[in-house]
Write a protein that binds this ligand. Structure first.
Ligand SMILES: CC(C)(COP(=O)(O)OP(=O)(O)OC[C@H]1O[C@@H](n2cnc3c(N)ncnc32)[C@H](O)[C@@H]1OP(=O)(O)O)[C@@H](O)C(=O)NCCC(=O)NCCS
Length: 165
């Protein structure tokens, strides 16, 4: 089964989500829970992958999650996601999270994440996704990184299957 278009740009999948950190999102030290941030990241990645594919998607793996700095109660947290690589039925999405300064709106990077999502057709099986067309040197570099991650994951799964049989 195939998703709708033959190709899509990175811009087509770009997704931004903004949260004010509430007391229920924090630990006892008024810092944002890592698990809460992961939930937001997963949603942003899923929206980006849905926009790219035009299909329902499921998260296959969270490949990399770097907590660079913390976010605290009442911070404005901005998540920016986009698809950086498209395989046959899977997509690699990158989500960067920032804390935005309340006064000057300058953004400080607090987390970088990469996830793999798989498009699902009406039969609930993996469906073919559009090719990803990079339009800038940065998008081309990201695509190479996404492709390397995709290939490394595929090789690791093959090796795990070989050693478990
Ligand atoms: C992800 C899933 C749909 C893959 O189904 P599958 O029958 O194994 O499909 P395939 O082996 O044909 O793989 C389909 C694609 O997924 C990719 N894939 C499968 N497992 C993967 C994994 N663990 N990590 C990254 N990519 C994966 C494959 O590389 C392939 O990509 P490609 O078509 O671009 O080459 C299936 O394993 C699944 O439903 N997992 C549970 C997902 C879920 O519930 N997520 C929410 C977590 S709470």
């Amino acid at each position: 089964m195939k998703c709708v278009s033959a190709s899509q740009t990175v811009s087509h999948s770009r997704t931004e989500q903004v949260h004010i950190v509430m007391p229920g999102d924090c630990n006892q030290y008024f810092r944002l829970f890592g698990g809460q941030l992961v939930q937001w990241i997963d949603t942003v990645a899923a929206v980006a992958a849905r926009r790219h594919s035009g299909c329902a998607v499921t998260t296959a793996s969270i490949d990399k999650l770097d907590f660079i700095a913390s976010a605290s109660l009442n911070d404005l947290v901005v998540l920016q996601g986009r698809v950086i690589f498209a395989g046959r039925t899977s997509m690699v999405a990158a989500v960067d999270t920032f804390v935005e300064d309340k006064q000057c709106q300058k953004r400080r990077l607090v987390n970088r994440a990469t996830l793999t999502l798989v498009a699902l057709g009406a039969d609930n099986r993996p469906a073919e996704v559009p090719r990803l067309v990079p339009e800038t040197p940065e998008e081309t570099a990201d695509l190479e990184k996404g492709k390397a991650l995709y290939e490394a994951r595929k090789a690791a799964r093959k090796e795990a299957t070989r050693t478990s049989t």
